[in-house]
Design a protein around this ligand. Structure first.
Ligand code: BGC
Length: 254
């Protein structure tokens, strides 16, 4: 019998992407599927798309494992508690029960940065590091995931720190702000220096991993950063959310 895999689904602002994941290798077992995120991205509209993706892969996935799904928000025991860059109707929604009812299978819902971080810790840039690791995804917002001894401390939300009179630091330092304000790499790096320098003063990570699409251009801004901890780009790039969602689903402890 062909090996079955765990399905990971990553819900983002522009696309909903899913793939069966080979957890021995930390990679997709088949090509991923991507469907545009609906304009009105309410939980119900997104659940319909999630159901299509699950249907497409139903023969490839292990029915004994929950499906892992990410959302770009705080997820506290299956319920979404924030909505910085998603439709506000997500707040208070019991996403785990809702997705599970929509697809007829158990589901684990996790924060997108926590998923990307888990993938980097197990298969990528953080692999084997038993110390304090910060994974920060720089995109529309800033997502963060913290690990100690490889264990995730969920929902750290360090993208919303108050700093220098700015009451939501992702609106000053995210990659979307670099694009919107047309900052040079050096100008953006100055903001990252202030941001990561402050986090270092509070949490003293042993390693900082930069994720998100802009991680592939790290040679443009990382050389300007002077931090105590080594700062390295993520290795799994855009696949990290899906792979980490599948990993967290299969290692879930209730
Ligand atoms: C959200 C986080 C999310 C991050 C990246 C932030 O605005 O509050 O939950 O991980 O964006 O999507």
């Amino acid at each position: 019998m062909a090996k079955k895999h765990v399905l990971g689904i990553d819900i983002g602002g522009s696309g909903i992407k899913g793939a069966p994941v080979d957890l021995d290798e930390g990679e997709f077992a088949t090509d991923r599927k991507r469907i545009d995120t609906p304009k009105e991205s309410t939980p119900e509209a997104v659940a319909e798309i999630v159901a299509q993706i699950v249907d497409d892969f139903s023969k490839d996935i292990d029915k004994s494992s929950p499906v892992g799904i990410t959302v770009p928000a705080v997820v506290h025991h299956g319920t979404v508690r924030s909505a910085a860059n998603i439709d506000k109707s997500w707040i208070g929604s019991d996403a785990e029960s809702m997705f599970s009812a929509a697809i007829g299978r158990p589901v684990i819902v996790v924060n997108d940065a926590d998923a990307a971080g888990a993938a980097e810790m197990h298969y990528g840039a953080g692999r084997g590091n038993e110390g304090t690791v910060l994974v920060a995804t720089l995109g529309t917002g800033i997502g963060t995931a913290m690990f100690l001894g490889g264990e995730l401390l969920p929902n750290t939300e360090l993208g919303h720190l108050h700093l220098d009179g700015n009451d939501d630091i992702e609106t000053w330092a995210a990659n979307s702000v670099r694009e919107k304000e047309d900052l040079s790499w050096e100008e953006w790096a100055e903001r990252l220096q202030r941001y990561f320098g402050h986090i270092e003063d509070l949490l003293w990570p042993d390693l900082i991993v930069i994720g998100g699409g802009v991680s592939k251009k790290s040679d443009k801004y990382v050389p300007y950063l002077h931090l105590r901890a080594p700062i390295v780009p993520a290795q799994l790039r855009n696949d990290a959310g899906i792979i980490g969602a599948a990993w967290l689903a299969s290692h879930h402890r209730s």
